[in-house]
Ligand binder design. Structure first.
Ligand code: AMP
Ligand code: GLY
Length: 411
């Protein structure tokens, strides 16, 4: 029987760990550092920081860990997979050099250009005047991005030319290098796949809700809810995305010696000229994972191991149902989430994130506290089920959006 270690502490990692435990080949699932909400699913917490690679590899050796699955982007960008591999340990995720496709936006854009992958026109700058001059040659709106990991918060969309310089200066306060990009208009969607060398497994399409308030208004967050599959992203669009984006991406990885076993999450915009890449992430999305992994009916552990061995796994997804998840956040999120609010008793269809434990009770300790999800034959019913369940729980001290799924439910 196998032992699995999951790195990270959010609801995404809770879903990863819980899905690993469903495999009848898996005996123990550890999560470092995890969160105390995970204990309800028999996930074992390991008190080691996700960036303490020396302690993590020592733990993995001591516990005979067969597979380490890395959830978040920061340890990947810092080279956790290289460290595990150097210690003779099996880890699922990109090497540090491949992880640059997420952590270094200029590197990613140049990769797309070299490999003929459709994306927005751009240039990189280290000087504000030069950035401004270039931005003025593009039509409004223009996009100003810090280079580097910014948890979805490093992007400003400038719609008024008077705001341009301010946005450029603000980005330079946070990063030495910025990107100016042409704005892509259209419908945004995410496609995630697992790869292992030249093998790939496509996930169902999912739709995140990035803004804090209903109708996609207010500041950006890590994600306030998700559903999957997504009816308005048709079979045809998916085929076009595979042909124009997924296949050239994988061919580019092979050509440039960047192949790995891990996740490719493609943030896409469906424009009038077809799908274009907004960004690559080399990890699963949060909260998308919380509505994707419950759809997997085959063995998650075997799928991951097969891909590490560059073999095509046998994969079975549910068909015919919709999965919808709502994120419950602390009031004040995303700017200043209120800490230490006691959680009510919650049902089992919950993945925990920012929680801490005292006297066997859970308290908030972060922005996003948990994701609750459900499924049904229609998206409408899935949504109704989740909100009916939420209405029976006293969550008056917390915040959540009431409209997750709205894009496919407007009549
Ligand atoms: P990123 O950090 O690159 O994923 O950007 C965060 C969000 O900004 C994306 O999910 C989009 O909603 C938006 N965004 C980024 N780049 C563009 C672009 N070129 N055109 C339109 N929207 C964009
Ligand atoms: N939900 C967006 C992300 O994980 O990047």
């Amino acid at each position: 029987m196998a032992n699995v270690l999951v790195i990270g502490s959010g609801a995404r990692e809770h879903a990863i760990a819980a899905t690993m435990l469903k495999s009848n080949q898996v005996e123990n699932v550890y999560c470092a550092p995890g969160n105390p909400g995970m204990k309800k699913d028999a996930i074992q917490l390991v008190d080691i920081d996700e960036l303490d690679f020396a302690k993590l590899t020592a733990f993995a050796q001591r516990k005979a860990i067969d597979l380490t699955f890395v959830g978040p982007e920061v340890p990947l960008a810092m080279g956790i997979v290289d460290k595990f591999q150097a210690a003779g340990l099996r880890a699922f995720g990109p090497s540090q050099s491949s992880a640059r496709l997420e952590s270094d936006k200029t590197f990613a854009k140049k990769f797309m250009m070299r490999n003929g992958i459709p994306t927005a026109q751009f240039k990189t700058f280290t000087d504000a005047d030069a950035a401004e001059n270039y931005a003025r040659t593009l039509s409004l709106p223009v996009v100003v991005k810090e280079n580097g990991l910014a948890a979805g918060k490093g992007v400003s969309i400038v719609r008024d030319i008077d705001d341009l310089r301010g946005a450029i200066d603000a980005s330079f306060q946070k990063s030495d290098e910025i990107l100016i990009e042409q704005f892509l208009s259209g419908e945004e969607f995410s496609l995630m796949l697992f790869v292992g060398g030249d093998q790939k497994v496509l996930f169902p399409i999912s739709q995140d809700h990035k803004k804090i308030h209903e109708g996609e208004t207010g500041p950006n967050t890590g994600g306030m809810g998700a559903y999957s599959p997504v009816p308005h992203i048709t079979e045809e669009v998916q085929k076009e995305t595979i042909q124009k984006i997924v296949e050239p991406t994988m061919a580019g990885l092979a050509k440039e010696n960047l192949e790995f076993a891990g996740v490719i999450y493609i943030g896409c915009m469906l424009t009038e000229e077809g799908p274009k890449v907004i960004e690559y992430n080399l990890r699963l999305g949060d909260p998308e994972t919380q509505v994707l992994l419950p759809q997997l009916q085959s063995d998650f552990y075997q799928m991951t191991i097969d891909l590490i061995d560059h073999k095509l796994p046998e994969v079975k997804w549910q068909t015919g149902e919709f999965y919808l998840g709502v994120v419950i956040a602390a009031p004040g999120y995303p700017a200043s989430p209120q800490q230490d609010i006691e959680l009510p008793n919650l049902p089992n269809n919950v993945f925990y994130a920012g929680v801490t434990e005292r006297n066997h009770k859970l308290y908030s300790s972060g922005g996003r506290i948990f994701t609750i999800y459900n499924h049904a034959a229609t998206l409408e019913c899935a949504q109704a089920k989740v909100y009916a369940e939420l209405s029976r729980i006293n969550l008056s001290n917390f915040y959540y959006r009431k409209d997750i799924g709205f894009r496919d439910l407007q009549s």
